[in-house]
Ligand binder design. Structure first.
Ligand code: HEM
Length: 404
């Protein structure tokens, strides 16, 4: 089984289907890792954290010290602190700013009638939102984008080799640069608290414990990796799904209150994150196969979300699917902390794109080029065209009041 060719990366679903029926738990000998493809098996791996640890050892060595790679009791402590900074109120407070950023990004391209949706909109929007949320000054944004890329590139290392070694050393350099930068920002917030994530994290305590400087730095690194490319893919994949299904696009245009359900369906149908990492703590039987202790396991959520045992007509993109118990944001104790932020960004982005970019269509008949990192799913570039329109400028865009 080879997941690397572009045509498979664009459409891994026939292969997943084959695997779900022939080998729902498969040993990948060259990497000595296991993949789980069916909904029940994936959900079990995500839920049973006593059997499936998140403290994994990837083929390239030690995993970064990120919350997502931690187990209780350390995970419980980290999650308790981080959750205090991701309250529904603090996420909702970002809404006006996300609308503004979305409007500014569209303003930069709307008169041209063309754009690369990935590079000009879906990429920068989540990165700018996180920069804003953390409290990174606007003038440092370019540096922040460069760091974000180096960190996201870490997920290219799964296959090992020269490319992996280059990415790892690039990341080490960025980590040092970021360390000095974040230390300065933290000092500033300790002296003069502001209304941002940085201040909330500096102040958040669980049982009298705060995050130390290293933990804070690790958390910021992880936010950059977890909150950017995933959300970019959600927006890109939503547009791809809708443009490929004119009848579903027409339904959303006719009934804009379907937008939230349509976004859930994108998370299921073209899951931005296709797989996560676990390691067996002991020998575990899955579908009659024994996975020995200490083995890397990849629960493939992109495949679980297409399992016909769980979803009726799973290959159909249905913007009103209900119920839709997808595992696109994971499940259990590691369920995505940023889910409500990602949903909010997509709920702003989709109506904005569909109302402001009239006649939106793909600009190329060529198959889209998939992103490099194996665990994510979405286009590296997404050239689109539309009728040139007018800039919205400084006035309130009102896109949320209009229908898509
Ligand atoms: C569409 C966008 C996103 C998708 C598909 C996504 C997906 C996921 C998934 C599947 C997990 C579980 C990983 C596991 O079980 O090993 C996860 C965890 C996490 N995500 Fe997201 N994510 C998205 C956006 C975000 C954003 C915007 C943020 C923050 C700003 C974020 C922060 C996190 C954090 C902190 C965790 C770790 C939680 C823990 O270990 O307890 N994510 N995400």
């Amino acid at each position: 089984m080879n997941l690397f060719p572009d045509e498979i990366r664009r459409d891994p679903y026939p292969l997943y289907e084959q695997m779900r029926s022939s080998s729902p738990a498969l040993h990948i000998a060259p990497f000595d890792l296991w993949m789980i493809f069916d909904y029940e098996g994936v959900k079990r791996a995500l839920t049973d954290h006593d059997a499936f640890s998140s403290a994994v050892t990837p083929p390239t060595g030690k995993a970064p010290e990120w919350i997502v790679f931690s187990d209780p009791p350390r995970h419980t402590k980290l999650r308790g602190i981080v959750q205090r900074a991701f309250t529904p109120r603090s996420i909702a407070g970002l809404e006006p700013r996300i609308r503004e950023l979305s409007r500014e990004l569209l303003d930069q391209r709307i008169e041209h009638g063309t754009m690369d949706l990935a590079a000009d909109y879906a990429g920068p929007l989540p990165t700018m939102v996180i920069a804003e949320m953390i409290g990174i000054p606007a003038e440092d944004r370019a540096r922040f984008m460069r760091w974000s890329e180096a960190i996201v590139n870490l997920s290219h290392t799964l296959s090992g080799g020269e490319e992996a070694a280059r990415v790892v050393s690039e990341h080490a350099a960025v980590k040092e640069e970021m360390k000095a930068y974040v230390a300065d920002l933290l000092d500033a917030r300790r002296r003069a608290p502001e209304d941002d994530l940085l201040t909330r994290l500096v102040e958040a305590e669980v049982d009298g414990e705060r995050l130390n400087e290293d933990e804070l730095l690790n958390f910021f690194q992880f936010l950059l990796a977890a909150g950017t490319e995933t959300t970019t893919n959600l927006i890109d994949n939503a547009i791809l799904c809708l443009l490929e299904s004119p009848s579903e696009l027409a339904r959303v245009r006719a009934a804009p209150d379907l937008v939230p359900a349509a976004i859930e369906e994108v998370l299921r149908h073209r899951s931005p994150l296709q797989m996560v990492f676990r390691e067996t703590r002991r020998a575990i039987e899955v579908h009659g196969q024994t996975i020995p202790a200490g083995k890397l396991v990849l629960p493939v959520i992109g495949s679980a979300n297409r399992d016909p045992q769980q979803f009726r007509d799973p290959g159909r993109f249905d913007v009103a699917r209900d119920p839709n118990p997808h595992v696109g944001f994971g499940h259990g104790i590691h369920f995505c902390i940023g889910a409500s932020l990602a949903r909010l960004e997509a709920r702003i982005a989709l109506p904005d794109l569909l109302t402001r970019l009239r006649g939106l269509e793909l600009a190329s008949k060529e198959p889209w080029e998939p992103r490099k990192a194996l665990i994510v799913h979405g286009p590296a570039r997404l050239p689109v065209r539309f009728e040139p329109g007018r800039r919205a400028g400084g006035r309130a865009a009102g896109a949320h009041a209009a229908s898509p």
